[in-house]
Write a protein that binds this ligand. Structure first.
Ligand SMILES: [Zn+2]
Length: 346
């Protein structure tokens, strides 16, 4: 079939993962056996899967009229989502958001680090045209038979971003600054400005998610799940706000289902009974309360160890989460991105 996809190289027994009731993220770029063979072998164990619809490279795995189409995998999303639906597997579509190797190389959209160095592969989320672009992809993807859309990487990579002309000029005007070439160090010397800067960043991410949710749901009543990053190395929700521009409370107001990414950069799922495990549960406690008033949550984990599966399930049960999506292969540029997202070596 399309497809020349090859089998995933698993770090654990795939069956164990699926029997646990978890769903896999499937990206044709990391497959090593045909997907139909994979579904034939494991389909009976699978309740739901997450199929990449728009890749981190910025290309669509379906015949998009808005995004560039992948030359080999244009049929991946329509074909696999259709097969999955036929055998009773629910499908989530993944749209990589600010990580975008296509638009992120466009000088009008790419992110710029403090100090003026442009960063390829990441899009500045400050522009409304970009929000509309992601929303249009959301509408396209929603035309397929899917459970919901996951907005992956709906973040700034770290606090050194984004200092592009648009971000700096808008902030200078709002704050009446005479210096339009400012960077992060300048803001750090003025705590009130830094606080306003963080507010503005979080507002961009919030507006992006809101526009996508509203536009998609105006067409079709499906769920849109922004990925909220819970990373202990940056201080969980506080770090997500300061570094990634994610105001969890505001983002939760934009939608009714969120995806918590658990320690994606430290890749640690603490064992039950440890202080780290208790700390993670404590961080999730406010959202457990919200699930009682209608918020749905799901979890995302990247390449978990076999021994951590039970712990992940206990977190899911504790939080009352709907789904656990597992990415079982590390993206090829994972280490580079990890350095960027943890602010290492900058
Ligand atoms: Zn910017």
């Amino acid at each position: 079939m399309f497809i020349g996809c090859k089998a995933m190289i698993y770090t654990m027994d795939t069956r164990n993962l699926l029997v646990q009731g978890f769903g896999l993220l499937l990206d044709p770029a990391t497959l090593t056996i045909p997907v139909d063979e994979f579904l034939g072998k494991y389909g009976g164990y699978i309740d739901y899967i997450a199929l990449v619809a728009k890749s981190p490279e910025g290309v669509a795995y379906y015949p998009s009229n808005s995004a560039p189409r992948h030359t080999s995998f244009e049929g991946f999303f329509p074909v696999v989502s259709s097969i999955a639906n036929d055998i009773g597997i629910r499908v989530y579509a993944i749209i990589y958001t600010t990580t975008d190797g296509f638009l992120g190389n466009d000088p009008n959209f790419r992110m710029v680090r403090s100090g003026g160095v442009p960063v390829s592969g990441h899009v500045c989320p400050a522009q409304e045209t970009y929000w509309q672009y992601i929303a249009s992809l959301g509408v396209e993807v929603a035309s397929y038979d899917i459970e919901g859309i996951i907005l992956k990487d709906v973040v700034y990579p770290h606090e050194s971003y984004c200092f592009c002309d648009t971000c700096r000029q808008r902030f200078s005007l709002d704050m009446d600054l005479t210096d339009r070439e400012f960077g992060l160090e300048y803001l750090r010397r003025a705590p009130n400005l830094l606080a306003k800067w963080r507010e503005a960043r979080a507002k961009n991410i919030e507006d992006l998610v809101r526009i996508v949710v509203q536009t998609v749901q105006a067409e079709k009543r499906i769920e849109v799940l922004p990925e909220l990053v819970l990373e202990k190395q940056v201080g969980f929700a506080d770090g997500a706000y300061a570094f990634y521009g994610q105001n969890f409370a505001k983002l939760i107001e934009t939608t009714n289902h969120v995806l918590f990414s658990l320690n994606p950069w430290s890749q640690e799922i603490p064992a039950r009974g440890t202080p780290e495990y208790e700390e993670l549960l404590k961080m999730l406690e406010p959202y457990k309360e919200l699930t009682r008033s209608g918020l749905k949550t799901s979890l995302f984990v990247i390449q978990p160890s076999e021994s951590s599966l039970e712990t992940i399930e206990s977190i899911r049960v504790h939080l009352g989460s709907e789904a656990v999506i597992v990415q079982d292969t590390l993206p090829k540029d994972y280490l580079e991105k990890r350095s960027m997202f943890l602010g290492l070596g900058i």
